[in-house]
Design a binder for this molecule. Structure first.
Ligand code: ATP
Ligand code: MG
Length: 461
């Protein structure tokens, strides 16, 4: 029924075993020697064909999950609805998926439940195994549906993926609208791959997105959290962000931020988020670490800032306004994209530090802020705010100088720095109870306080 595949012999493509992880090769060879079919699939083949270094290596086989497990001591089966085998080599995991059958439009795609975590997905009999020819149609984009055969080192292409790779086109396999309905996360994947690879979306793949964007509301926030990390921490955050906005997808992930972007204040375009993402990309390019805490703190800063200003206008003290604003913004956000506490708690500390930075910056109090475990991230956020046009340049400069010469006690920033009274309460007798040693503050203690919601006083948070 279906057209014969195009098979590129070893001499006709650039995929080389030298570029495949030795552990992935071990898995492929062992399956092959045991008499099973074994292929490198997905992003691994795509990236190798493009001359890029793959992020991870996935294997496709006709061996059943239990058969895979029998071959590898270091193997765990995961996923309830669709079982996948994870073969562990220290920190590297090679994911082995059995070919799937069941027709192209069956609900619950090969990966619709998200990287093997089947628990959030709708129930159904997803364990319908099939052949390679059937497996192809379950995959999302043609360029993700190429199979490298360890038996003869050829690349198997049923869907025109090789052509699309050459042309730099992302094309969904099958009817795009139906494929998005089946798994709306494919819209995010389309944007992510387009941004990362510099590809364009085929018009048929692009057209249904605006109308289907709302389907993301049905995706479990925990799965969207994973996707957001992949979108924004892999070095192409800025182009991903721009494309997400263009297709109306960003509003489904960060509605409060989108709202702020749509309602510019003070007549200048809001460049804060774009700057933060450009900054993240630059760090990735330099091989520096990037953290989800800073990312989310930046993505949600504008809604938090505006809400805190409202609360202050209603009479709340600055630090309390910031804490309450943070709490409100987070609780609205997690209806869309989950935020584990290990992220939301330090993120809120970073926001609170923005207020505490603006307090009277003198004496030992400023020194203690310097040794706060979130100081660095909070300072980076402050600098970004200044660069994006918020009236905090003097404050940022003050903290820059103070870090260089903490003993020199530079003069406080010029009067009029907003929130100048924010932290007055800090200079109360309570601080006498605090240990004086630098580096002692923060850590577990401050997080524990934040878990409980904290209080307005900086020393009790
Ligand atoms: P990368 O690992 O670089 O992010 P990838 O293409 O390898 O990209 P994975 O999430 O590792 O992406 O998935 C591996 C393969 O599984 C994909 O290439 C694709 O063939 C298939 N796949 C993953 N998610 C889906 C999905 N939601 N719908 C259909 N197929 C999918
Ligand atoms: Mg992959």
């Amino acid at each position: 029924m279906r057209a014969a595949p195009r098979i590129l012999a070893r001499a006709e493509h650039v995929v080389s075993r030298a570029d495949i992880s030795p552990n992935a090769l071990k898995v492929l060879y062992r399956l092959h020697e045991a008499g099973y079919q074994a292929f490198l699939v997905g992003g691994g083949v795509r990236d190798l064909l493009l001359g890029r270094e793959p992020k991870d290596f996935d294997v496709g086989t006709d061996a059943r999950p239990e058969e895979v497990r029998a071959l590898f001591r270091n193997c765990r089966l995961i996923g309830r609805r669709f079982r996948l085998a994870h073969v562990h080599f220290g920190r590297e995991i090679i994911e082995v998926a059995t070919f799937r059958g069941g027709g192209p439009a069956q609900a619950g795609d090969a990966r619709a439940d998200g990287d093997g975590d089947a628990d959030d997905a709708a129930p159904g009999d997803a364990n319908v195994y099939g052949t390679l020819e059937e497996d192809v149609w379950r995959r999302d984009f043609t360029v993700n549906a190429l199979y490298y055969n360890i038996g003869d080192f050829s690349v198997v292409d049923y869907v025109g993926g090789v052509e699309d790779l050459r042309a730099g086109v992302l094309r969904l396999i099958g009817d795009p609208a139906a494929r998005y309905r089946e798994d709306p996360v494919r819209m995010l994947r389309a944007v992510r791959f387009a941004a990362k690879l510099g590809f364009r979306l085929d018009p048929g793949t692009e057209a249904p997105i605006a109308g289907a964007a709302h389907l993301l509301e049905d995706i479990p926030p925990a799965r969207l959290f994973e996707e957001v990390l992949k979108l924004f921490l892999a070095g192409s955050a800025l182009p991903s962000f721009e494309q997400l906005r263009r297709y109306g997808l960003f509003a489904r992930l960060f509605p409060q931020t989108e709202d702020c972007l749509a309602r510019e204040e003070g007549g200048f375009p809001l460049t804060f988020v774009a700057r933060a993402l450009a900054n993240t990309d630059a760090r990735v390019a330099e091989g520096k670490p990037v953290t989800p805490v800073f990312l989310f703190a930046a993505l949600l800063w504008e809604p938090v800032r505006r809400r805190a200003a409202e609360l202050e206008a209603e009479g709340a003290p600055p630090l309390e306004a910031m804490q309450d604003a943070g709490g409100e913004v987070v609780s609205r956000q997690i209806r869309h994209v989950a935020l584990p506490r290990r992220i939301s708690l330090p993120m809120r500390e970073i926001w609170q530090l923005q207020t505490r930075f603006a307090g009277p910056p003198r004496g030992k109090r400023a020194l203690r802020l310097l040794s706060h475990p979130r100081f660095r991230a909070a300072y980076d956020l402050l600098v970004l705010r200044a660069q994006a046009g918020e009236a905090v340049s003097d404050l940022a400069d003050w903290w820059t100088r103070f870090q260089e010469r903490p003993d020199a006690q530079p003069a406080p920033p010029a009067a009029g720095a907003e929130d100048a009274a924010a932290d007055e309460s800090d200079e109360t007798p309570r601080r006498r109870r605090r240990p004086r040693r630098r580096g002692r503050r923060g850590g577990r203690r401050s997080s524990a306080g934040a878990v409980a919601g904290g209080t307005a006083g900086p020393e009790t948070e």
